[in-house]
Structure formats: structure tokens, C-alpha cells
Ligand binder design. Structure first.
Ligand code: HAM
Length: 425
């Protein structure tokens, strides 16, 4: 029979790798809570209309990447392609936005029907943060300082750079958009196919085209600089001053437009050269119109999401995970024969209660003494705790170091616990 394989673009994180994921997720979660962000847990499935309205009918995500289907009741639902729209929906529904400020974070899988390659999957993990009710550039700066702190915590700060832009107000952007389309129209036939389609749906995304002729054409197009409104310009200048004071040096990229339609003013991406084509590890921006667009009262919002798959790849690539979190077991408890099994479980319970940080594996599956000790070694543990008939009779345990050349010793249970208290208690 043909074996069933995973669905294309969906990855398994196998046990040897999951420790790295846990370490990255743990480090990110720590930084977020140290900055006072609170976790929100959101459903994976939402009404399709949420994304059509929130992310935008003309975005690539909504046009061609969503996992959308009718549920058994005939309602159109979608596996979330991103977290911001759902976060706004949940906050509105629970009344968390009106007259309040919120700093929130979430994590979990997102789904996009994209062409899979290294760093780009159809199910991928994001950790995102959103701040609501804060209109000024201070929160923009805080979010960027928070991300910079994250890269330091993960040991990848030397490998990423911050690209920053402002999209201005929606009115200024609309006026620029009109000028851009008027300017591009005479070149329409020379643009690549995607860009021709975008000319009417989402002309700003034409700046993202990788096609040489399109790039040549767009290089001469009107720049947004000349269209930006004064208030947005002041907001952006305020942000730049705060970043400067914090020692963060962004690369100003006027071509940075982002693929989701809800952004206004500040947009940013943290990028790296170490991952090939999928070099954006974290991206976000301000979306002051989104809450209103989804039926709430006007509420400013700004946030970001990072791709955890890419962060793990990058941390591996730059060696930040070397010697870190790869060990999953500290000790392996070996009953030397089946008569010692029950006592081994009792001892394990005692050790786990006394040494909460000890990761202890108890041998199961029988076998000869030699085979049992071999398994202890193969587990990767630093120690074997051996329990044979002599130890049982005397209430002792034999401690054998598996990674060091030191003679084994037989100790009372209390002495063993005392010895291990410092590292594992
Ligand atoms: P996004 O740029 O679509 O923004 O995604 C954010 C990050 O998720 C990307 O920079 C990338 O690291 C990761 N990512 C996206 N697609 C994939 C994929 N197919 N495979 C692996 N990783 C991927 C958003 O999703 C916005 N909701 C961010 C945001 C929050 N803006 C404001 N608040």
C-alpha cells in the first residue's frame, strides 16, 4: 500500500528539532512579556469575509492564497492566512478596544497556498504583536526596540537589518496612486503580467516586481516623497528621532509597500541575506483604518509578525543555536532486570518531585543488562541511575556518568538527590 505523506508545503518538526523551536519561542515569549505584552489566543478558522475585508480583496493573499471552504453548514470559512485581522475581530467582539490601549501578542500556525521553497511553506508559524489605541510614533518605536531586543536574545542581531518606510495617510496614498497609475499607463504593454494586473488592483505592489523591464520602468515613476501629507511626515520624523536615540539604524526604503492592504503610515521589514530569497524574518506596520473597516470605532493600531520557521533557519545558519537546547534528556534510569521495574518507577517519581528541572527517562522495554545500558548511552543523557538487586536491598542507587571518565558510585537516594539539587532542583 502507498504510504500517506504530508501535504505539500506542510512541515513536521521532528523531536530532534523541536527543542530548537521551543528555545526560539521561549526566548521570544520572554521578551514580549518583559515589555508588558499580554498573550491572546485566537482561532485558526474565521469567516472568509474577515480576510476579504481586512487583508484586502486585491491582495495576493486573498486573491490566490487562502484555504477557503464551505463548512458543513454551508458557511464560507478560511484557515487564517495571518493574525492581525483575527486579533482585531476578537478585540472588537470582546470590547477591548474602545477607550483603551492594548498591547497583545499571539502565536501559531498560518496558512497560505504559496509555492513552497526553503523558508516558504503553506503552513508556517508566526509570533505576532499588536498594539491598539496609540496614535503617536512612540509605540512604533517601542515595537521596533522590542524586535531589536528579540534579535539580541536570539543571537541573530548581526544578521538582520531594519527596512523602514511610511505610506502616509490613505488620502495621500490615494492621490499618489492615481499619479502612479497615470504615469505607468503608457508602459502597460511592457509590464510583466502580474504588474499589468496590479496596475488596476494594487499598483503600489508593482514596486515589488522582480522582472528587469518592469523594474527599469518603475525606477522612473513618481516617488511617494512628493505626495506625503504633513501629519504623516511629522509622525515619521518623530519615529526616526526615537529610533536614533535608541541606537537603531534603519535603512530607509521608499519602495517598501507590503503585501497586505491595511497599512498606513509606518511599515517595516527585518530582513537578512542569510536565507536566500525568503529573507524577511519579521514584518509589520501601522493600520489605523483597520478597526473601523471591520466595523469598530476608529482606533489606531500597529503591529508585526515574525516567521518562526525563518527565525529557526536563520539562528541555525548563523550558529546561534550551536550547543543550545539540543540536549533533551539529563538522566536515564535503568532497572537492571524486570524485578526492579516497579521500584524504578517509584524512584523516578521521587526524583521528579525533588528535582523539578531534571529530565528523566525510565528504561522500558526489558532486555539484557548490556542492551539497557546501551540505550541509556544512546538517549543522550549525562547520567545513568542504575537499580539492581543489590541497590534494591540496600535502598541505594548507582550513579554512572555517561559523558565523563569518572568511576561510578553507589549512593543513598537522599545523597543522590542532594548531589543533583544544584543543577536540577
Ligand atoms: P506578512 O509580511 O504577511 O505580515 O508575514 C509576516 C512574516 O511571516 C513574514 O515576514 C515571514 O517571516 C513570515 N511568513 C509569511 N509567509 C510565510 C510563508 N509562506 N512561509 C514562512 N513564513 C512566512 C503579516 O502577516 C501581518 N499580519 C503582520 C502584521 C501584524 N502587521 C501588523 N501587525
Amino acid at each position: 500500500m502507498k504510504k500517506i505523506q504530508s501535504v505539500r508545503g506542510m512541515q513536521d518538526v521532528l523531536p530532534g528539532d523541536s527543542a530548537r523551536w521551543q528555545w526560539v519561542e521561549g526566548a521570544v515569549g520572554d521578551v514580549l512579556s518583559r515589555f508588558g505584552y499580554r498573550q491572546i489566543r485566537l482561532p485558526l478558522l474565521e469567516e472568509t469575509g474577515l480576510f476579504a475585508r481586512g487583508v484586502g480583496e486585491s491582495s495576493d493573499i486573498v486573491m490566490k492564497e487562502m484555504y477557503t471552504f464551505d463548512d458543513r453548514g454551508g458557511d464560507s470559512v478560511t484557515l487564517r492566512p495571518e493574525g492581525t485581522a483575527g486579533c482585531v475581530r476578537a478585540c472588537e467582539q470582546a470590547g477591548l478596544l474602545f477607550n483603551q490601549t492594548q498591547r497583545l501578542w499571539y502565536s501559531g500556525p498560518m496558512f497560505r497556498y504559496e509555492r513552497p521553497q526553503k523558508g516558504r511553506y503553506r503552513q508556517f508559524e508566526q509570533i505576532g504583536a499588536e498594539a491598539f489605541g496609540l496614535p503617536g510614533p512612540d509605540i512604533d518605536a517601542e515595537l521596533l526596540m522590542l524586535t531589536a531586543e528579540l534579535w539580541r536574545a536570539l543571537g541573530i542581531d548581526h544578521a538582520v537589518r531594519l527596512e523602514l518606510n511610511t505610506l502616509g495617510s490613505s488620502e495621500a496614498r490615494a492621490a499618489w496612486r492615481e499619479a502612479l497609475v497615470a504615469w505607468l499607463r503608457p508602459y502597460e504593454a511592457e509590464l510583466d503580467e502580474d504588474s499589468r494586473r496590479r496596475l488596476d488592483t494594487n499598483p503600489m505592489r508593482i514596486f515589488d516586481s522582480k522582472v528587469a523591464r518592469t523594474q527599469e520602468i518603475i525606477a522612473g515613476a513618481p516617488a511617494f516623497d512628493d505626495w506625503i501629507d504633513d501629519a504623516s511626515k511629522a509622525h515619521f520624523d518623530g519615529l526616526l528621532a526615537l529610533l536614533d536615540a535608541a541606537g537603531i539604524e534603519p535603512v530607509l526604503n521608499p519602495r517598501l509597500v507590503r503585501g497586505l492592504d491595511y497599512y498606513s503610515r509606518t511599515v517595516f521589514e527585518w530582513t537578512t541575506d542569510a536565507l536566500g530569497a525568503q529573507g524577511t524574518v519579521c514584518a509589520g506596520g501601522r493600520y489605523d483604518g483597520l478597526v473601523e473597516l471591520l466595523g469598530g470605532r476608529p482606533t489606531p493600531g500597529i503591529g508585526f509578525a515574525m516567521g518562526v520557521d525563518r527565525l529557526v533557519l536563520l539562528a541555525e545558519e548563523v550558529g546561534a543555536l550551536a550547543n543550545r537546547a539540543t540536549k533533551e534528556v539529563d538522566a536515564y534510569l535503568v532497572p537492571l532486570d524486570d524485578d526492579a521495574t516497579a521500584a524504578a518507577f517509584t524512584l523516578a517519581a521521587e526524583l521528579r518531585a525533588a528535582l523539578p528541572r531534571l529530565r528523566l527517562l525510565v528504561h522500558c522495554g526489558g532486555g539484557k543488562v548490556k542492551a539497557r545500558l546501551k540505550r541509556a548511552d544512546a538517549s543522550g543523557a549525562d547520567f545513568a541511575f542504575i537499580l539492581g538487586s543489590e541497590e534494591l536491598a540496600q535502598g541505594t542507587v548507582t550513579l554512572k556518568a555517561l559523558r565523563e571518565e569518572v568511576p561510578q558510585r553507589t549512593l543513598t537516594r537522599a545523597a543522590l538527590i542532594d548531589e543533583l539539587r544544584a543543577p536540577y532542583g
